[in-house]
Every structure is written in structure tokens, then in C-alpha cells.
Design a protein around this ligand. Structure first.
Ligand code: DAH
Length: 336
């Protein structure tokens, strides 16, 4: 069966369609209900269990390839139909000069990813609709503990165990519960909080989480990683400062401040004349969190951090209203 799949994949890769008939032939052969895929999936039922995983994987690749190719051929055939209709093309029309631009949040997110990837971090994602365990309990938020109220949560009314994640820290758990250390990932994504919308706060925004768990990871590593990050993103002369804080999932915990890159520490409106601006939270992963993911805290340690992407973008571009990011006002978006 593997051989058969291989031959079909080859045939798909080579397939071309010059016209609608050839396109239809491709569809009949690969996509239609009487086609190759249906036949193979039927045959797959008889594959011995121990081979199912491997062959199933290949079968899925074949299916995806067939679908992608079909779409490509459709585009090709439609495109060449357009070429025939020469009179549709008016060469005297001015070129379209107005191009779209990358959203400022995507721009900053991509830059953050780039900086951490260079330090050996991979990128992971997790669900926005989450259960209590991954958003709170496994992160060492005790039941009925006021720490849960640090984050105003949207619960799903039919099932209070299901909620919109209030932070990207849930992905730490999703990553660790099914794997083995070392873990070194950043996890960008959207989060939700039941907050009144204002220039400074929104009910949805983006965070980037970071996690590094291995043998002998120390606070020193956390400091160095974030120091490097801040310099890369905000400029070579940026300083970083850690302020003691509390998060249930880290011990010790610290707020991350960077020196104000606008006034270089002299004091201005952006840093409220303190010379420092806060960009997120961090700390050493609490042993309870490691334990709830089946990792032995005597053997492994780690650091974690979480930063708001809107906040960083607002600082970087001196944007004073968070609502601008989601209003789709072209006058704003075009500037990036
Ligand atoms: N989850 C925290 C929040 O949303 C941010 C955070 C703080 C994440 C410390 C971390 C951390 O991973 O170690 O406010």
C-alpha cells in the first residue's frame, strides 16, 4: 500500500491541466468519491493496527497533496482562460500602487519570534478556548484563591469549566504535560479578559509566553535571555530591571522593566517620569507546576515569562490607544 501511495504522490506532483477537461480528469481520478482516495481509505481499514499510524500519515499527506494540487490546477485553468480573453486586458490602466501593509502587531510579533528563534526557542501555539485545569489549576492557582481574580475571566455559561484563556501560560502546561524536558519555546497568541475597554485596556489582546526548562536553568539564564531580547528589540543601550512580584506559577517572580528608550532614563510622559517601563512578568517555574506536568522538580528547573504584544508595540511606536489595533482604520494601519 505504501508503494501505491508513493506512486500516486508522484503522479500528483507531475499532474498538469491545460483545460477544463484535464482538470475534470484529475478530479475524477483523485478527488471524486469514486477516485483513488476513497479506494485507498477503504483499503486502509484492512491495514494491521501496528502499521496504521505510519500508513495513515502517508495517506493524509496524499490527500492533502491531491487537494492542494487540485486547487492549483483550478487556478491555472482559470488563469489561462483569462489569458485567452485578450480584450479583458487594458494595458493603458495605471498600475495598482497601493499595497497592503503588515499589521503593527504582526510586525512586532514576527520580530519577537525572530529574536527568540535565534536564541534557540521554537514557536508553539495552544487553544484559545481552554479548560480550568490548563488555565489555572495546573499553573498553581489554588481553588477559590484570590489570585484567580487577578484576571477577570470569561466563562462559558453552559460549562464553567470551559473558559477563554486569560493568558498564554496555558500553553506552558500543554507543552510540558505531553513531553520530556528540555523545553525551550515561545508561545504567542490571543488572550481574553472581562475588562472595560479603554485606551489602555481591551477585552482581547495578545501575549507572548516563554518557557525554558532543563537541568540547571537559573535566574541568571532568564536575565540574560531577556536582556538580549530587550537590546535587540529596543536598542543596544537598553537596560533591564527585575522588580519582585507575585505570580502563582513562578517562584520567585519578577516584573520586567526596561529603561525608557524614549528619554533614555531622564523621565518623560511614556515612562511617567520614572525612567522605566514595564513590559511583562517572569520568574522561575514553580516546582508545583512542574509536578503537575509530571516533571521532577529535583531534576529540572526552568524560567518563564509573559509579555503583552500590544503593550510592547505601543511603547515601540508610541501609540497611545490600544483600540486602534482592532478598529481597522486604514489611516492608522497604513503607517506601518
Ligand atoms: N501570565 C501572566 C499574565 O498574564 C504573565 C506571566 C508572568 C507569564 C510571569 C509568565 C510568568 O510565564 O512567568 O499576567
Amino acid at each position: 500500500m505504501k508503494e501505491k501511495i508513493g506512486t500516486y504522490i508522484e503522479a500528483i506532483d507531475k499532474a498538469i491541466a491545460k483545460n477544463k477537461e484535464e482538470l475534470e480528469q484529475f478530479r475524477l481520478r483523485f478527488i471524486s468519491r469514486k477516485g483513488v482516495l476513497t479506494e485507498l481509505f477503504e483499503e486502509f481499514k484492512k491495514v494491521p493496527n501496528e502499521q496504521k499510524r505510519e500508513i495513515g500519515g502517508e495517506l493524509n499527506v496524499l490527500k492533502q497533496k491531491a487537494q492542494e494540487k487540485f486547487q492549483e490546477l483550478i487556478d491555472q485553468v482559470n488563469g489561462s482562460a483569462g489569458d485567452n480573453a485578450e480584450h479583458d486586458l487594458d494595458v493603458t490602466l495605471p498600475p495598482i500602487v497601493e499595497e497592503g501593509s503588515v499589521h503593527p502587531l504582526s510586525k512586532v510579533k514576527n520580530r519577537i519570534i525572530q529574536i527568540f528563534e535565534r536564541q534557540g526557542f521554537s514557536v508553539k501555539e495552544g487553544p484559545e478556548i481552554e479548560d480550568d485545569f490548563h488555565n489555572f489549576t495546573a499553573l498553581n492557582f489554588p481553588e477559590n484563591h484570590p489570585a484567580r481574580e487577578m484576571q477577570d475571566t470569561y466563562f462559558i455559561s453552559k460549562n464553567p469549566d470551559i473558559l477563554l484563556r486569560t493568558h498564554t501560560s496555558n500553553v506552558q502546561i500543554r507543552l510540558m504535560e505531553h513531553g520530556k524536558p528540555p523545553f525551550r519555546s515561545i508561545m504567542p497568541g490571543r488572550v481574553f479578559r472581562n475588562e472595560a475597554i479603554s485606551a489602555r485596556a481591551h477585552c482581547f489582546f495578545n501575549q507572548v509566553e516563554g518557557l525554558y526548562v532543563d537541568k540547571d536553568v537559573s535566574f541568571k539564564d532568564l536575565k540574560q535571555t531577556l536582556y538580549h531580547f530587550a537590546k535587540e528589540l529596543f536598542g543596544e543601550d537598553t537596560q533591564i530591571r527585575f522588580r519582585p512580584s507575585f505570580f502563582p506559577f513562578t517562584e520567585p517572580s519578577a516584573e520586567i522593566d526596561i529603561s525608557c528608550f524614549i528619554c533614555k532614563g531622564d523621565g518623560c510622559k511614556i515612562c511617567k517620569h520614572t525612567g522605566w517601563v514595564e513590559i511583562g512578568g517572569s520568574g522561575m517555574v514553580d516546582p508545583n507546576v512542574l509536578e503537575s506536568c509530571g516533571i521532577d522538580p529535583k531534576e529540572y528547573s526552568g524560567f518563564a515569562f509573559g509579555m503583552g504584544i500590544e503593550r510592547i508595540t505601543m511603547l515601540k511606536y508610541q501609540i497611545d490607544d490600544i483600540r486602534l489595533f482592532s478598529e481597522n482604520d486604514l489611516r492608522f494601519l497604513k503607517q506601518f
